[in-house]
Design a protein around this ligand. Structure first.
Ligand SMILES: [Zn+2]
Length: 100
């Protein structure tokens, strides 16, 4: 490996990986990082991981509203079942959650 074409080392590459995945780097930096990835498989694996993570986060934000309230409702339902074991109680909890 040589230092002449890419000035970026592993710590720099990993530090700026998120910028790279987000496409926020300058063309020169992008090229330097890309050159590093071409010759460094551990950093390339890290790039893949970051990219996958980023895509998962973006998709779950866009497609899945999942408000915190919904999660609280589910917890309430489970607790109610455990306490009373009755399905009428479950319906009551659901009504409260849609109101408020
Ligand atoms: Zn590296």
């Amino acid at each position: 490996m040589s230092h002449d074409d890419a000035n970026m080392d592993c710590s720099q590459a990993l530090y700026r990986m998120m910028e790279y995945v987000d496409g926020e780097m300058t063309p020169a930096d992008t090229q330097a990082l890309r050159a590093h990835l071409a010759s460094c498989s551990p950093c390339l694996a890290e790039r893949d991981l970051d990219q996958v993570l980023r895509e998962i986060v973006q998709r779950s934000c866009a497609c899945e509203p999942a408000p915190p309230r919904l999660r609280a409702t589910i917890m309430q339902r489970i607790t109610t079942i455990c306490d009373d074991g009755s399905w009428s109680e479950v319906t009551q909890v659901r009504q409260i959650s849609t109101e408020g």
